[in-house]
Write a protein that binds this ligand. Structure first.
Ligand SMILES: Cc1cc2nc3c(=O)[nH]c(=O)nc-3n(C[C@H](O)[C@H](O)[C@H](O)COP(=O)(O)OP(=O)(O)OC[C@H]3O[C@@H](n4cnc5c(N)ncnc54)[C@H](O)[C@@H]3O)c2cc1C
Length: 380
């Protein structure tokens, strides 16, 4: 067991940290301005962040899960716009990974270069109004039609949808087969019958616009089917494995930056003639932030390492997902307290970190669902 990063991993992290800080370091914590979002995507793509784990021969960096997570952790630490970081990571992990691993070689060769260089933005669309945690109850349907399928259904929450060029989506092809009757598709934004709703108003992650996707008899060629008919559930779980392990690294980065800021504040802010960090209540709170961050980080690195070794473990991935997201929320609350009233002001970015952390307990499977997976993996 080796807890040290390699020289190459440290070098890559330092260079990326410097580049992100230089080009995105003063980006406001969140913005709902689409032009600003697109410009920031362009910069992220130039830094290679949109193609981290995509094949090197198709424009990506060819990184494994752990190296991808390390880069996303750095991105999350150096870029204050966590919505942007989340959107890029969702594009890569929930969408491009599914195309990388399940599209036909022709479709992969056609789409992956654009996904890697950011000229194509992808959104993952599975959730429906009546199918959230229960993804096996999708109602979107794909009916065979000539040399392809007609897709009909409404997806209720797709991150990146308003700026997406294509969607990785899931629809029922075999209604009687339940989980085994769902198939995955790549659906272009410009196809007939595709309608994308306006950006939804939400609490945080403003740098990542989200919207609804409606498909009304949308003709999708059979070449845009991912894997085999009926493999959709497995494809979704595969891409979610990558998302749950790697995407949550962005919150490790956020927490690391937040911890540094809390330490600096506790060392400089004086009340009652002393630095507030000298008060045990404040010091212990900061120690607890570090404890949550470091223990969550170890779980996430282990889950990623085992993915790279070909022995991905769903229980380990769920443990990491829950640990990181619970830590991000708890540390967000603690940081607010350390900063006092100034933490409540938007200008400090501390309140945005808390708002951006809260949905991490919900997306990629709620923590309740993940705790049930952990319970199963623990013998219950
Ligand atoms: C910021 C954000 C980004 C998102 N991005 C996307 C995206 O890009 N693409 C996409 O398809 N979806 C996306 N989603 C949707 C997300 O996947 C769902 O919100 C999530 O799966 C939960 O579904 P739900 O909201 O319908 O909640 P529900 O499933 O209705 O759950 C409500 C509550 O009931 C609990 N619950 C439900 N079933 C059980 C059970 N069996 N045992 C215990 N507790 C249970 C849940 O844990 C939760 O606390 C996003 C959501 C957020 C907040």
């Amino acid at each position: 067991m080796d807890f040290d990063l390699t020289r190459e991993q440290r070098r890559r992290g330092e260079e990326l940290d410097a580049a992100v800080r230089e080009r995105l370091g003063d980006s406001r914590p969140s913005t709902s301005d689409e032009q600003v979002t697109r410009e920031r995507w362009r910069v992220a793509a130039e830094l290679g962040l949109t193609g981290l784990c995509l094949p090197a021969g198709l424009g990506g960096q060819g990184l494994g899960a752990l190296d991808t997570a390390l880069c996303l952790e750095t991105f999350g630490r150096a870029c204050p716009d966590t919505g942007l970081v989340f959107g890029v990571a969702a594009h890569l992990l929930a969408c491009a990974v599914a195309i990388r691993d399940f599209a036909t070689p022709e479709l992969a060769a056609r789409l992956l270069p654009g996904l890697a260089d950011g000229s194509l933005v992808a959104a993952n669309a599975i959730t429906e109004d009546e199918a959230g945690s229960d993804v096996a109850s999708l109602t979107a349907k794909a009916v065979p039609d000539g040399d392809g399928y007609l897709l009909t259904g409404e997806k209720s929450f797709a991150s990146n949808a308003p700026i997406a060029d294509l969607f990785v989506t899931y629809a029922v092809t075999e209604p009687a087969a339940g989980f085994l009757g769902t198939s995955g598709f790549v659906v272009g934004r410009d196809l007939p019958g595709v309608h994308i709703g306006p950006p939804m108003a939400k609490m945080g992650l403003h740098g990542c616009p989200a919207g609804r996707l409606t498909m009304s008899g949308t003709p999708v060629p059979a070449t845009h089917l991912l894997g085999e008919p009926g493999q959709g559930g497995a494809i979704f779980q595969h891409s979610m494995g990558w998302e749950r392990a790697c995407l949550f690294a962005i919150y490790l980065g956020l927490m690391a930056e937040q911890l540094d800021r809390c330490v600096r504040h506790a060392r400089s802010r004086r009340q009652f003639g002393r630095r507030i960090g000298e008060y045990q209540a404040v010091a212990h709170s900061i120690s607890a932030m570090r404890l949550r961050l470091e223990s969550a980080r170890l779980l996430l690195y282990r889950a990623c390492r085992h993915m790279d070794q070909g022995r991905a473990d769903v229980t380990e991935i769920s443990l990491a997902k829950v640990a990181v997201s619970e830590a991000a929320v708890a540390n967000g609350l603690a940081a607010m307290q350390v900063f006092g009233g100034s933490g409540y002001l938007t200008e400090t970015g501390i309140e945005a970190q808390l708002r951006d952390a809260l949905p991490s307990r919900v997306f990629s499977g709620t923590n309740e669902i993940h705790l049930s997976i952990v319970a199963r993996g623990t013998g219950l």
